[in-house]
Design a protein around this ligand. Structure first.
Ligand code: G4P
Length: 540
């Protein structure tokens, strides 16, 4: 297949200037606000507020968006792209509701770094922890933003301890807050040894004024209450005394998180974060295909599908497959192989999303995300490339934690029910398990990472396939893949079962135990020491 006309130097330059990341946080920590401020600094918004406005006033008529509107949450992830200084920034939005879904996790396979927003008044919260774990498993560099310093915050040293003790990641504060709550006056940049004093602006709607000076500058002392000044200088001495150097290699390996303090709503510290982030965060990383490293600057185009969304716009009745580009140059109308099937596909309708608007993508490079519109037969995890032999294995499967039987409410509509469910399984909205002990009638048993996935499933079956369904929750909370340690697993070879465990097979035919609780799991694992019990599906 013809390779693109881009020169190696051009490719290298484009790759080097890309930064693709997700902002992760517990709901309400300030992810939307920070995203909006990044856009403001990127010149993509003149006046901050439109992302938040989008959050509150969803006016779209799409069925899909209808559910978001009803629930006031963001289910579908949007990719925002803008230029900042010499960089092209891609922010992949991760849905931030407590009922998050597998979609959130998948988005994190497509990023090269993450910015973790923590509400400094609350510290590390449950969902931050979950998302953090997914990033850490992949070794993604994580940058921490301690937000809402304009409100009473927990002591800064304690917040650092939380990172170390709760998340188990070393923390290195690159800047340090000067007070908190009403006495928050700015931050001290520990690298440049400069103080940034901030002016409060009405609603933080404009870029905050910044005044830079040294900590010993009398104006700094004047601005701060004397006890705050004393505390800050003491803390800074303590941090310097700890003596650890800032280790960029440890950041790249996801073992150390650079920490920034500020207030997204007031623009305190946002630019300091963004500027240092683009310097420290890595450009697009290489990925592996069948054990071989594919560099982002490799001449062949390659990408993997990390998200599929159907019927985003009822007027179009289309399906969008989101691909993360791994190497080469994407050009509209290019021909590529869909490497799982070996089919050739022309990528004629590609788009980029900005809020509700679509914009055609003509070219893109490693780190970028393109939405491919059309009824392609892509599945999550599929590879597209000008090279037929490439196949990325980037999308891990996550063990479901919620289970339910899906009942078809109307026999007359069984065909639609089947067709709809089959589409949703393809898109990875939920996964299906087949019980080993057959039951008489066909009632699919489904698994999901979060209960919201079932709600989305039902809503979409109704809206897109006119199939009404009833959900009957199962009592399990864990799925574990099973494999005999020695030798082949015979059909009749079963682990010793008890305590409400149900044996099923996943879509690939692997044996899975659905288990009611952690306690039952431990007992089960003890009793069946000749079995491997794993929380991740065994590779085919
Ligand atoms: P999320 O996307 O992580 O869920 O959080 P979001 O940005 O929507 O912020 C949640 C709330 O926290 C918002 O208030 C937002 O204004 C506020 N917030 C964000 N950053 C800061 C900050 O630095 N300081 C303070 N004091 N508040 C902050 P809201 O009342 O829910 O919405 P709104 O009325 O402000 O729009």
């Amino acid at each position: 297949m013809a390779e693109s006309t881009v020169t190696p130097a051009e490719l290298k330059r484009e790759v080097a200037r890309r930064r693709s990341f997700a902002i992760i946080s517990h709901p309400d920590a300030g992810k939307t606000t920070l995203t909006e401020k990044f856009l403001l600094y990127g010149g993509a918004l003149n006046l901050a507020g439109s992302v938040t406005a989008r959050k509150d006033q969803r006016t779209t008529t799409s069925d899909w968006m209808e559910l978001e509107k009803q629930r006031g949450i963001s289910i579908s992830s949007t990719v925002l792209q803008f230029d900042y200084k010499d960089c092209v920034i891609n922010i992949l939005d991760t849905p931030g509701h407590k009922d998050f879904s597998e979609d959130t996790y998948r988005v994190l396979t497509a990023v090269d770094a993450a910015v973790m927003v923590v509400d400094a008044g609350k510290g590390i919260e449950a969902q931050t922890r979950k998302l953090f774990e997914v990033c850490r498993k992949r070794g993604v560099p994580i940058f921490t933003f301690m937000n809402k310093m304009d409100r009473p915050a927990r002591p800064s040293l304690e917040l650092l301890d939380d990172l170390e003790n709760v998340l188990g990641i070393h923390a290195f504060p690159l800047n340090w807050p000067l007070g908190d709550g009403p006495r928050f006056k700015g931050v001290y940049d520990r690298e440049k040894k400069q103080v940034h004093l901030f002016e409060r602006t009405p609603k933080g709607a404009f870029k905050a004024a910044v005044e830079v000076s040294d900590i010993s500058d009398p104006r700094v002392k004047e601005k701060l209450d004397s006890d705050v000044y004393d505390q800050v200088t003491e803390e800074l001495e303590l941090l310097d005394g700890a003596g650890a150097d800032f280790d960029l290699a440890a950041v790249a390996a996801g073992e150390l998180t650079p920490v920034f303090f500020g207030s997204a709503a007031n623009n305190f510290g946002v630019q300091l974060l963004l500027d240092r982030f683009i310097e420290l965060a890595p450009p697009p990383a290489p990925r592996t295909s069948a054990g071989k490293t594919i560099e982002p600057t490799a001449p062949e185009f390659s990408a993997f599908v990390f998200k599929i969304q159907a019927n985003m716009n009822p007027k179009h009745r289309d399906r969008v497959s989101f691909v993360r580009i791994v190497s080469g140059k994407f050009e509209r109308d290019m021909n590529v192989y869909h490497t799982r099937t070996g089919d050739k596909v022309r990528l004629s309708n590609s788009m980029r999303l900005f809020a509700q608007d679509r914009e055609t993508v003509d070219d893109a490079y490693a780190g970028d995300v393109a939405g491919l519109v059309g009824n392609h037969d892509f599945l999550i995890g599929d590879t597209l490339s000008t090279k037929k032999s490439l196949s990325f294995d980037e999308i891990p499967r996550f063990a479901p934690e919620c289970f339910a039987w899906l009942n078809n409410a109307s026999t007359a509509k069984f065909k639609r029910f089947r067709a709809g469910l089959s589409q949703m399984l393809k898109e990875g909205v939920v996964t299906e398990f087949t019980p080993i002990e057959a039951t008489g009638s066909y009632v699919p048993l489904l698994g999901a990472v979060g209960p919201l996935q079932f709600e989305v499933l039902q809503h979409r079956l109704q809206g897109e396939y006119d199939a009404e369904t009833r959900i009957e929750p199962g009592s399990w909370s864990l799925a574990r893949w099973l494999k005999k340690k020695e030798g082949e697993t015979l059909e009749e070879d079963r682990p010793e079962m008890s305590m409400g465990i149900t044996l099923v097979r996943d879509a690939h035919g692997y044996l899975v135990a659905l288990i009611p609780s952690e306690w039952v799991l431990n007992t089960f694992a003890e009793k069946n020491s000749d079995w491997i019990v794993s929380d991740s599906p065994f590779p085919p």
